[in-house]
Design a protein around this ligand. Structure first.
Ligand code: S3P
Length: 441
């Protein structure tokens, strides 16, 4: 395990200052590649996230006959093959670390007239796939996998599908999108009802590509047979990546950092609400629309934070941000309580356990709960100095690196940090703000 390089993050010796444009949104980038591939005509995608997860999705479509190229200016052109234009991949599709990639493609492939196999890395092969395989099977899909179809590798024999109404027990955009993608190839209507609204990028993007999506409260629906048209699209900056410099600026005394072009879709801004409620000063300016999504520049100032009780209804709107939120809470004055967040246990790692262990090693007072955590803040800051395992989880690794910037002694991260999954060049980009994060070994 320790043959992997160690990452070391050093306490900031000066305030963090400057501007950072976060990389393209991961969720939106996956969807831009998928809908670009299925549309008729060429789609031109600007600011696509070139992280490993999205590049796996690009590779999967190339393996199904789609021409996707990046020009020297970083613009991607995807030559869409039309709704019936994909061809059978000759090899296993390896989705790497990406839950979004594997679940969305399982939905899409269920209705294709060919056979395919999807797999991923150790972390992905441990994650639950039954949540998509179950409802897809009810639509007529033929999917086999390990553990009775609950884990990858998944073998998909494409079938004629029938639209169903499905009431999902989890607020999951991956489940919703997998079923909507299958629904594009199913007879009749496919309708998904969620317990709370999960991110709605698929609905927005399907509309931008000329598709029709029905929306009625927490139910979204599509009809089979829709043809999509290629578009030009600008991917907003990922608020889930912006979260790391955001919390770093809040915690390092004297800091003022502007994050430009950040997506502020209301289904994604839970962290902003929580940090502001804790007393964080985050100014929102220059609001605009890009690719059907709201975008803004966020200026973040160092602020003393106080502990809060996280309302469970905010959880789906901040689900990917809890690792770094836990760090903010660990440095706040008073207690913070997170509940209703059991989904964190089935992310790239068990994020409740991984973050509780990782931050405790740096001196945080943090208690695991079955569905969240109780954090007693240390407003004087964390001692740091510990060596913590990232458990192959990019967001755990980046949280620990931000912890190092705000701690009194360096923080070391082991265990396949996988940072390139979502934030290529994280250390160098943070260095532009004055941070020091190094890779050793
Ligand atoms: C995503 C949905 C969320 C999120 C993940 C990306 C998506 O997962 O945690 O990082 O792009 O649809 P769930 O659908 O499992 O909640």
């Amino acid at each position: 395990m320790n043959s992997e390089p160690l990452l070391v993050s050093y306490p900031a010796s000066a305030p963090l200052r400057g501007e950072l444009r976060p990389p393209g949104d991961k969720s939106i980038s996956h969807r831009a590649v998928i809908f670009g591939a299925l549309a008729r005509g060429v789609s031109e995608i600007h600011h696509l996230l070139e992280g490993e997860d999205v590049l796996r999705t690009v590779a999967a479509f190339r393996a199904m006959g789609v021409d996707a190229r990046r020009d020297d200016a970083g613009v991607w052109r995807i030559a869409g093959v039309g709704r019936d234009g994909l061809s059978e991949p000759r090899d296993v599709l390896d989705m790497g670390n990406s839950g979004t990639g594997i679940r969305l493609l399982t939905g899409l492939l269920a209705g294709q007239p060919f056979f395919s196999v999807l797999t991923g890395d150790d972390s992905l092969r441990r994650r639950p796939m039954g949540r998509v395989v179950g409802p897809l099977t009810r639509m007529g899909a033929c999917i086999l996998g390990r553990d009775g179809g609950r884990c990858a590798p998944l073998a998909v024999q494409g079938k004629e599908l029938i639209g169903i109404p499905y009431v999902s027990p989890v607020a999951s955009a991956q489940v919703k999108t997998a079923l909507l993608l299958a629904g594009l190839y199913a007879a009749g209507e496919t309708a998904i009802t969620e317990p709370a609204l999960s991110r709605d990028h698929t609905e927005r993007m399907l509309t931008a590509f000329g598709g029709e999506v029905g929306q009625d409260g927490l139910t979204v629906s599509v009809r089979g047979g829709i043809e999509l048209r290629g578009v030009t699209m600008h991917v907003p900056g990922d608020i889930s990546s912006a979260a790391f410099p955001m919390v770093a600026a809040l915690l390092v005394p004297g800091s003022e950092v502007t994050l430009t072009g950040v997506g502020i879709n209301p289904t994604r801004t839970g962290l902003l609400d929580l940090l502001r409620e804790m007393g964080g000063r985050i100014d929102i300016g220059n609001e605009r629309l890009e690719g059907g999504e709201p975008v803004a520049d966020l200026t973040v100032f160092h602020s003393p934070l106080k502990g809060i009780r996280v309302p469970p209804d905010v959880v789906p709107r901040a689900i990917d941000e809890f690792p770094v939120f836990a760090l903010a809470a660990a440095c706040a004055d008073g207690e913070t309580l997170v509940t209703g967040a059991e989904e964190l246990r089935v992310k790239e790692s068990d994020r409740i356990a991984a973050i509780a262990k990782g931050l405790a090693v740096q001196g945080a007072d943090i208690e695991e709960l079955p569905d969240g955590m109780r954090i007693r803040g240390r407003p004087e800051g964390l001692p740091g100095g510990g060596v913590a395992d990232a458990f192959q989880d990019h967001r755990v690794a980046m949280t620990l690196m931000v912890a190092g910037l705000a701690a009194r002694a360096p923080v070391t991260v082991t265990g396949r940090a996988n940072v390139e999954t979502s934030f290529p060049g994280f250390a160098a980009r943070m260095a532009g703000l004055g941070a020091r994060i190094e890779s050793h070994g």
